[in-house]
Design a protein around this ligand. Structure first.
Ligand code: ATP
Length: 305
């Protein structure tokens, strides 16, 4: 596995009697796009605020490159908070220059980088406007640029897609994929699961303050997919259902979903199928993330003692 850039070790945070984060551990490998998922109130924002040292954990530790985060090393991170905070009366480009300089970039370099980003995110015409003239989605793009000006190695984005229309959602997704390809590690919290499917290499699902599922998306999909195969065929479900090792057959759009018992392998099934008729396609069934999310949360709920 790639080296970890960020490690959370047994983090806990209590608000009065309420345990908002409970013994949460998480490892973010270098270069990952790491999705922090979970229902409302699960503890995602609290976790991110502890990473950013905005609030202190009651116990546990956050390590960046294997060492505790201090003010200096926090500069390696670009952080987009859940609540957006911009000075409404400032002009767009000036605001970005200000954000760049407070993160240690010279005014000249901040201006250069900000101008390029405004161009890239189609906000160049707004450079001399006041922030308050921009729509909510545009302000969000502006704030995102502010988090990128110091070229962080780790981006932490709290609900970056909220309030964006489909076109800007696409733009942001492409931008994040490009940054990931350039080696930037990204941690993002979101409820928008199709985005996670397209973007994330790893996820951690938080429910009721605890991590209930974590790993690479591929591992998690395989674990939840079971021994189930999608078959596009003219064969009748009854014919397929009678084959050795087949536990159940369901129709799924114009395909059959064939569940095999634990010991049966796909090769034997495929051989039997080909023997009996035409097979147009044969692939492993991978459940979508929404199903996994709902199943994991329901299983966790039914585990409540
Ligand atoms: P959402 O998806 O709705 O943004 P979240 O997973 O980010 O939720 P958090 O904002 O971390 O959840 O909140 C976790 C829990 O802690 C919630 O029940 C919330 O009400 C509580 N909480 C958060 N901040 C505070 C605070 N400052 N004082 C008291 N309780 C808080």
């Amino acid at each position: 596995m790639a080296d970890a850039i960020l490690e959370l070790e047994h983090l806990s945070k209590r608000y009065g009697d309420y345990l908002a984060v409970d013994d949460l551990s998480m490892v973010v490998p270098q270069g990952a796009v790491y999705g922090l998922l979970g229902p409302n109130g699960a503890g995602k924002t609290t976790t991110i605020r502890m990473i950013m040292r905005i609030i202190a954990p009651d116990s546990g530790e956050v390590l960046l490159d294997g060492r505790p985060v201090d003010d200096d090393r926090r500069r390696l991170i670009g952080y987009l908070p859940e609540e957006r905070g911009l000075y409404r009366k400032m002009k767009v480009l000036e605001h970005l220059v200000y954000l760049g300089t407070i993160r240690g970039v010279s005014p000249g370099e901040s201006r250069k980088r900000a101008t390029a980003w405004l161009e890239r995110l189609e906000l160049a015409d707004w450079s001399a406007h006041k922030v308050e003239d921009l729509s909510k989605g545009m302000q969000q793009k502006l704030q995102l640029i502010g988090t990128l000006l110091h070229r962080p190695r780790l981006l932490i984005l709290d609900e970056p897609f909220s309030g964006l229309d489909p076109i800007n959602t696409r733009t942001l997704k492409d931008l994040l994929l490009q940054m990931a390809a350039d080696g930037v590690t990204i941690v993002l919290s979101t409820h928008v699961l199709p985005q996670v499917d397209e973007l994330c290499t790893h996820i951690c699902l938080i429910n009721r303050a605890r991590a209930i599922l974590a790993g690479t998306l591929d591992e998690i999909r395989a674990a939840y997919g079971g021994n189930v195969w999608r078959v596009h065929t003219e064969l009748a479900p009854e014919t397929v259902g009678a084959l050795p090792g087949v536990v159940s057959v369901k129709r799924f759009a114009d395909e059959l979903l064939v569940e095999l018992d634990g010991g049966a392998g796909p090769r034997d099934l495929l051989r039997e199928l080909v023997h009996r008729g035409d097979i147009d396609s044969f692939t492993r069934f991978t459940p979508d993330l929404e199903n996994i999310f709902i199943r994991a949360v329901e299983e966790d709920r039914s585990n409540v003692g």
